[in-house]
Design a protein around this ligand. Structure first.
Ligand SMILES: [Zn+2]
Length: 233
């Protein structure tokens, strides 16, 4: 898969360490596989995984969701299942004491948390969007466009190749031009909307909590460097 090689090369170049392409690609594949498992379990399968050059991957169902509830569940399955990919990196850190493995776990948590931002085309927008639309369709459009714009501005200010903000910008504009966003899916009831909100917040808690935990586990800069150049135990 050429695009995967391109993504890996870019991450290596941008982050100046091999752990980011390695953890990034493993993290993305496990994340997308979570979507595929959910598609198959919810009768939307067989799901397929696509690799998007430089950005990662996407999973698509064969049959689109006939209810928004299925959209919510299959969207959240990516980040939640995707966190499993951090486990082997964390175990390697515990075993070897080499901080680079912890960086890998950290990066996987960061990818999944970023994905929960409620901006199109990220998973967060598919999970939280129907909840907002339950209150009022304009609330979903307004909130997602506002978050999308904020993500674009934030992404552009980060420097580096502006691939991520450009993709968000294109997706937000694409959503603006569309009529109804989920014309064929049955709307969430109030109960399912509350459940969706709860599940979304739990997914955020899992990813943010893991990210915080990995951050707090990081040794100081000097210790990290020493672990890098020192002999492996
Ligand atoms: Zn996803």
């Amino acid at each position: 898969m050429l695009s995967t090689v391109l993504l890996a090369a870019y991450l290596w170049w941008a982050m100046k360490s091999w752990i980011y392409p390695v953890a990034g690609i493993i993290g993305i594949l496990v994340h997308e596989y979570g979507h595929v498992l959910a598609f198959n379990a919810l009768g939307m399968g067989p799901g397929r995984i696509f690799i998007v050059p430089f950005l990662g991957g996407a999973a698509a169902p064969r049959v689109p969701a006939d209810t928004e509830w299925k959209d919510v569940l299959s969207s959240l399955a990516g980040p939640v299942f995707g966190m499993l990919a951090a486990a082997p990196f964390y175990v390697l850190w515990l075993q070897t004491g080499r901080a680079i493995w912890l960086e890998g776990a950290w990066f996987i948590a960061a990818i999944n948390l970023l994905n929960l931002l409620p901006a199109p085309p990220l998973d967060g927008s598919k999970a939280l969007g129907p909840v907002l639309a339950r209150v009022h369709p304009w609330l979903e459009k307004g909130a997602l466009l506002l978050v999308g714009a904020a993500v674009v501005v934030w992404g552009l200010r980060q420097g580096g190749l502006p691939i991520f903000p450009i993709l968000i910008g294109i997706a937000v504009l694409g959503h603006l031009r569309r009529g109804r966003w989920r014309p064929h899916a049955r709307q969430l009831g109030w109960g399912a909307a509350a459940a969706s909100l709860g599940l979304y917040l739990l997914a955020c808690l899992l990813c943010a909590g893991s990210l915080l935990f990995f951050t707090l586990s990081m040794p100081s800069e000097a210790a990290a460097l020493a672990a890098e150049i020192g002999p492996a135990p």
